[in-house]
Write a protein that binds this ligand. Structure first.
Ligand code: ZN
Length: 134
C-alpha cells in the first residue's frame, strides 16, 4: 500500500501578523518593536513585555541568533511530519525567542549556544523562518 503524502499544516497570516509573513516572503525577518522603549517582540503580542505599551512599529531583525534550547521529536503528532525532526528555540539578537526548526545540520549536531542565521523555507503562499548554523 502506498502512503498518500499529506502536507504539513502551514500558518496563515491574519490582520495583526500580516507584515511578518509579507516580510518572510521577501526574505526579511520582521518583528514588532515597542515605540516607547525599543523592546522587540514576536508577532502578534498586543503589549510590550517590558513597559506594557501597545504602541509598536514593524522593523527588520538581523536574522542572527543563538540556539537557546531544542528537542528532537520522535512522536508523530501529524501525518505531514516525518520523524524525527527538531524543534528549536532560537534567541534572536534582538531578544525574542522564536520557536523554529534547524536546517542544514543533522539533529545530533545541534548544540545550545550555537550561532545561527535565518533562512526562509518557501511554500506556496507562505515562507517560514528556519535557522542554519552561522
Ligand atoms: Zn516597551
Amino acid at each position: 500500500m502506498t502512503e498518500t503524502a499529506i502536507p504539513k499544516p502551514l500558518p496563515e497570516a491574519d490582520e495583526t501578523s500580516g507584515p511578518f509573513f509579507e516580510g518572510a516572503m521577501e526574505g526579511r525577518l520582521m518583528l514588532m518593536r515597542c515605540s516607547d522603549c525599543g523592546t522587540w517582540r514576536l508577532p502578534s503580542r498586543q503589549h510590550c513585555d517590558a513597559c506594557l505599551s501597545p504602541n509598536f512599529t514593524w522593523e527588520q531583525a538581523s536574522g542572527r541568533g543563538t540556539v537557546r534550547t531544542f528537542g528532537i521529536m520522535h512522536q508523530r503528532y501529524h501525518p505531514g511530519f516525518q520523524n524525527p525532526y527538531n524543534v528549536t528555540i532560537v534567541e534572536l539578537e534582538e531578544g525574542p525567542r522564536l520557536p523554529t526548526n534547524m536546517v542544514g545540520i543533522a539533529d545530533e549536531q545541534i548544540r545550545v549556544d550555537m550561532p545561527v542565521v535565518v533562512e526562509f523555507e518557501p511554500h506556496e503562499d507562505v515562507a517560514l523562518p528556519k535557522f542554519r548554523p552561522a
